[in-house]
Design a protein around this ligand. Structure first.
Ligand code: NAD
Length: 260
């Protein structure tokens, strides 16, 4: 379905982003992967995509806190592939603290990576999509883009902002063959969530298993993690012709979290 299309997935060296990059490649797209981590592991992930799916995969180490590096990443993909047809703004970090103790530099970093980076990437990629009259933009928001939890001031603000930004870009591109949607996952067991579970276990003295169940049951009626593969399948659907008129939407995939 995506043969001949070219995708950029930010924050795709692990977790949901890697799952999305692999699913887009499986569907035929060339992919630019991005994010931090061990050099050898990133190179292994990149070559695995090329070998398993017969597409071109390139890596950009662009830092999503740096607007110039984000613009350069989009330019690199356009130069290497000829276009950016699919943009998945997925890079994200979390920090948990009460408002009065929230470190200012953590606020700035969460807003930069989870919200502003998507603005900079869309600003750079939309002109090419408009010129070619085809584009798919998917922003990884969160259940926290729709509802709040305590001690997550920056994350909840960034994800609510990202859902709003998704709607604006959807309106502006509605007649340019471009769609722009947000995916709002509940709990997905990735490094980002493992760190939160470990912190809870350390604080409570309970086991990681007990804290995993506690974390799930506090928010989700369904006591089950979504998987990067299930989020990726939704992203692939949003790139399909069947989804050509879906734009400006925020899709929950959250075990019932936001149904409450
Ligand atoms: P993860 O920690 O496995 O992946 C985060 C990715 O972002 C990594 O590739 C990391 O290297 C990259 N990244 C971090 N800072 C970066 C920076 N400055 N520049 C470039 N890349 C950077 O986490 P994940 O759970 O896969 O999260 C992916 C997205 O999904 C995030 O936006 C997160 O908020 C969102 N999300 C996750 C969950 C969940 O339960 N895991 C739920 C809802 C939303």
């Amino acid at each position: 379905m995506l043969k001949g299309k070219n995708a950029v997935v930010t924050g795709s060296t692990s977790g949901i982003g890697l799952g999305v990059a692999r699913a887009l490649a499986k569907d035929g797209a060339n992919v630019l992967i991005n994010g931090f981590g061990d050099k050898a592991e990133i190179e292994a992930a990149r070559t695995a995509i090329e070998k398993e799916f017969g597409v071109k995969a390139i890596y950009s180490g662009a830092d999503m806190t740096k607007p110039a590096e984000i613009a350069a990443m989009i330019a690199t993909a356009e130069k290497s592939f000829g276009s950016v047809d699919v943009l998945v703004n997925n890079a994200g970090i979390q920090h948990v603290a009460p408002i009065e103790e929230f470190p200012v530099e953590k606020w700035d970093a969460v807003i930069a990576i989870n919200l502003s980076a998507a603005f900079h990437a869309m600003r750079a990629a939309v002109p090419g999509m408009k010129a070619r009259k085809w584009g798919r933009i998917i922003n990884t928001a969160s259940a926290h883009g729709l509802v709040a939890s305590g001690e997550k001031a920056a994350y909840v603000a960034a994800k609510h902002g990202l859902v709003g930004l998704t709607k604006v870009v959807a309106l502006e591109t509605a007649n340019d063959g471009i769609t722009c949607n947000a995916i709002c996952p509940g709990w997905v067991l990735t490094a980002l969530v493992e760190r939160q579970i470990e912190a809870r276990a350390k604080a409570s003295g309970k086991s990681v298993e007990a804290e995993s169940i506690a974390l799930l049951s506090e928010k989700q009626p369904m006591h089950k993690f979504s998987t990067p593969e299930s989020i990726a399948a939704l992203a692939v659907f949003l790139c399909s012709d069947a989804a050509a008129t879906i734009t400006g939407s925020a899709y929950s995939i959250d075990g019932g979290w936001t149904a409450q």
